[in-house]
Design a protein around this ligand. Sequence first.
Ligand SMILES: Nc1nc2c(ncn2[C@@H]2O[C@H](COP(=O)(O)OP(=O)(O)OP(=O)(O)O)[C@@H](O)[C@H]2O)c(=O)[nH]1
Length: 207
Amino acid sequence: MSIKYIATSKLPTPWGVFEMHGFEDTTSGKEHVALTLGQFDSQQAVLGRIHSECLTGDALFSLRCDCGFQLQTAMQTIAEEGQGFILYLRQEGRGIGLLNKIRAYQLQDGGANTVEANEMLGFEADMRKYDMILPMLNKIGVEHVRLMTNNPRKVAAMQNVGIEVVERVPLQVGKNRYNEQYLKTKSTQLGHMMSEVHFTDENTSGE
Ligand SMILES: Nc1nc2c(ncn2[C@@H]2O[C@H](COP(=O)(O)OP(=O)(O)OP(=O)(O)O)[C@@H](O)[C@H]2O)c(=O)[nH]1
């Protein structure tokens, strides 16, 4: 994998004006994005998130997952703090791609859970890789992180490439009647650290 920095622009959002840095994985052709807000001191632990692409949740308002809620909450929290970053990684569907995720959703409509559906299609439950994060974090000047995630694999992935995770900040938002089973499976089979009590039930009664 070889990550090439391409360009930086402003990205005005409802939560603040972020800087958007574009990167290309010249081996796979995948295009990744880092959003930053504020100036970083390399000695300081910066609030941040690694977010994997979820077209359905991030852009199409899907209630099948918690992705869109997590992305929005992370951007809002960074804006409130006045500083932080998001690495938006183009590994849709935990790395199986959008069309395979739709195949997996079809199987889930028939009763499989999110892990079983991946396996029925011949994939591992989680195919994501995180090798791109080091060159991206180097470019935006981050060495120490307070990571917003419930996923211990992301904490390990950062530490594996030499980035210190000073603190894991839980990000439990967006529970609703459509994703309850999905969140439960993430917790019981994918190792996500989630406690029922901290879920917020947002605008998603589904009535
Ligand atoms: N294969 C598959 N992928 C899914 C499904 N639901 C969501 N996803 C993908 O799961 C990934 C979730 O990414 P993140 O929110 O960054 O990561 P996470 O593992 O949930 O960890 P957190 O940091 O706690 O949110 C995205 O790539 C989604 O497209 C599903 O049912 N099947």
